[in-house]
Design a protein around this ligand. Structure first.
Ligand code: 6GU
Length: 246
């Protein structure tokens, strides 16, 4: 998969050199290209923002540098990328969207600072490309760079061969399947006693059926406490008798 990011803070994307995403790049599973938007701002001060029409606080990112940047990035590859526009006004970034985006060959991210990008840029590329305006949650960040880091990590770990073990995302919270819409439960490792605290006996029992039941109960309990909205939106048929007794 190819990923391009156009930003006024290329150094903000340096974490993409590290850990899972960094290793996927080193292995050639991900081709990540970071671009400085100011390379396409041609005045003396490399200006990329201006005051909003209609007044109001803050600044708006000018359309011309974005247009030149995106034309250049698009022309540098084969076919049409999917354009991912991070904005608190976008549709929610969910595991389902991460899966969908992980199946695309080429994504271009346009993290903005200030009050966002001149609307005409989104309209212009919306006529030519699949454009997704996406928010990572109900809070406001100063710019889209941190959301790009979040989205790229969520997408990259879904690519074939990026996670060590092919089973590693089967039980993820929000993964489709038997535990759909339940959060993951607690996990334990050695030592068997730490500061007077032991391990639930069932995990030491070797009884796989009982362990699976315990994990489901813990997942259910955690979901009721932390995310009752997930229980509400789930088809009651997804729950069994034991769940209902909890
Ligand atoms: Cl994608 N951008 C900004 N600036 N703030 C956000 C966001 C995105 N998602 C949630 N808050």
């Amino acid at each position: 998969m190819r990923l391009d990011v156009v930003t006024i803070f290329p150094e903000y994307l340096e974490p993409l050199n590290v850990s899972l995403v960094g290793k996927a790049r080193a292995r050639g599973q991900l081709d990540v290209r970071i671009h400085d938007l100011r390379d396409w701002a041609h005045d003396k001060h490399n200006t990329v923002d201006d005051t909003p029409y209609g007044g109001g606080p803050g600044m708006v990112m000018k359309p011309e540098p974005w247009g030149e940047a995106l034309d250049s990035v698009i022309a540098s590859g084969e076919g049409r990328p999917t354009l991912v526009v991070p904005t608190p006004s976008g549709k929610p970034f969910t595991q389902q969207l991460a899966v969908e985006l992980s199946e695309k060959p080429w994504l271009v991210f346009t993290p903005a600072r200030y009050e966002g990008i001149d609307r005409r840029v989104i309209e212009e590329y919306g006529d030519r490309l699949d454009v997704r305006e996406v928010s990572i949650g109900d809070y406001v960040l100063a710019g889209g760079e941190a959301p790009v880091l979040v989205m790229v990590e969520a997408i990259a770990r879904l690519l074939p061969g990026v996670l060590g073990n092919a089973e590693s995302h089967r039980d993820d919270s929000f993964a489709p399947g038997a535990m759909a819409d339940l959060l993951e439960g607690p996990v334990y490792t050695k030592p068997p006693e730490w500061r007077g605290r032991g391990i639930p006996d069932v995990l030491l029992s070797g009884h796989h059926g009982k362990i699976a039941r315990w994990r489901r109960d813990e997942a259910f309990r955690r979901t009721v406490v932390n995310r009752p909205d997930l229980i509400e939106r789930t088809d009651p048929a997804a729950f069994d008798k034991k769940d209902r007794e909890m």
